[in-house]
Write a protein that binds this ligand. Structure first.
Ligand code: KG4
Ligand code: ZN
Length: 352
């Protein structure tokens, strides 16, 4: 890490590093100002969800156009709410992948333009690294190494966070991401988009043991996940009920599906923490705001004597504060991006 300490009036003080962060990888246009990686001075999110609900999912072209329309406003508002001026920023952090290419390009282009005009250094940030780093914001004591389960609409990764910016992927999904499974099942049972929060809500009225859906294991890797079989099992259950002229209980199907996802996520995560000899575990990503998952993880961690960390729901789903947190540690690790920074839709964690 670079020297972040300053001699001020005979005292050694931590240098203040304030970062303007921008996120536009999917359907949230977001900007935030973050101080020293852990203190959020502002966190502005313009969600396009209502716009995409009409189509039952994110429409990439619409997302890009809306980002263009909103991005400057969101950045200005983030600076205004933070009480800081653009010139006071030490770096501009921006998500450059993974995500939708057109959507990513909006944030990347704006960040490059601001950096070019102001000469403030530019730091390209990995979106998943952002999700993981959301845990640093409200848990000031959390430091690597720890295991993190990243569960979002596009990703399901079990990651060993060896150090700031150093990741080892232990397991990943072989097919659908956990959030994707939530969204697809929600659509099938008529709950609409976005499925995760709707299944979470309706499940509270259902019985998680009403229907036994499969808990898939992947033979070659203990930590890998597979959700497509579960999704098919739910679809088969609905179709066979329809053919028999029976009506399904939406809360029971939702709760039983959710329980199947939660069981697998908890089992694999606890196995990873145990086998790696670690005592800290965190969750991240949109699905990490799921109430049943949080509760089950909390219980499992208590039983196993593991410290459990999770961001508030607003920091689980896409936001720029998490990019400011990740960007801070990247910046301190000496990472700088040049004006050739491009959007990388399938950027791998740990790659640059
Ligand atoms: O992290 P995120 O905002 O975007 C991606 O990077 O993908 O995650 C969005 C995903 C969606 O699939 C959404 O249905 C899911 O997170 N999600 C939830 C909940 N809130 C959002 N899934 C389950 N329960 C929730 N409460
Ligand atoms: Zn995300």
């Amino acid at each position: 890490m670079e020297n972040l300490w300053l001699a001020v009036g005979g005292r050694v003080m931590q240098k203040e590093i304030t970062i303007l962060a921008i996120e536009s990888s999917c359907d949230e246009t977001a900007a935030a100002v973050v101080r020293n990686g852990r203190e959020v001075l502002s966190n502005v999110i313009y969600s396009q969800i209502d716009l995409h609900t009409l189509y039952g999912g994110v429409v990439p072209e619409i997302a890009s156009r809306k980002h263009i329309e909103k991005v400057n406003q969101v950045i200005e508002e983030a600076l205004r709410q933070s009480g800081r001026k653009l010139e006071e920023m030490e770096a501009i952090a921006v998500t450059y992948g993974p995500g939708l290419v057109g959507a990513l390009l909006v944030g990347v282009s704006v960040a490059k333009a601001i950096s070019f005009a102001t000469k403030i250094p530019l730091v390209g940030v990995h979106h998943i690294e952002g999700h993981i780093s959301a845990n640093y914001i409200e848990n000031k004591e959390l430091e690597p190494p720890f295991i993190c389960l990243v569960v979002s609409g596009g990703h399901t990764h079990l990651v060993k966070v060896a150090d700031y910016g150093k990741y080892e992927i232990l397991g990943r999904t072989r097919d659908d991401a956990a959030g994707e499974a939530f969204d697809k099942v929600a659509r099938a049972i008529g709950l609409g988009y976005p499925g995760g929060p709707k299944i979470d809500k309706v499940s509270r009225e259902g019985n998680p043991e009403a229907i036994h859906f499969p808990r898939a294991k992947v033979d070659e890797n203990l930590y890998d996940f597979s959700f497509s079989g579960l999704k098919s099992a739910v679809l088969n259950y609905i179709n066979s009920a329809e053919m028999k002229g029976e009506t399904i209980s939406v809360p029971d199907v939702a709760a039983s599906f959710q329980q199947a996802v939660v069981d697998v996520l908890v089992e694999h995560s606890m196995e990873a923490v145990r086998r790696n000899g670690l005592k800290k575990f965190a969750i991240a990503g949109g699905v990490a705001s799921n109430s049943a998952l949080r509760e089950a993880m909390r219980t499992a961690c208590v039983q196993n004597g593991i410290e459990f960390y999770h961001p508030s729901p607003i920091l689980c789903t896409d936001n720029a504060a998490m990019i400011g947190a990740a960007g801070y540690y990247d910046y301190c690790n000496g990472i700088r991006s040049d004006y050739y920074l491009n959007a990388v839709p399938n950027l791998k964690l740990g790659e640059r």
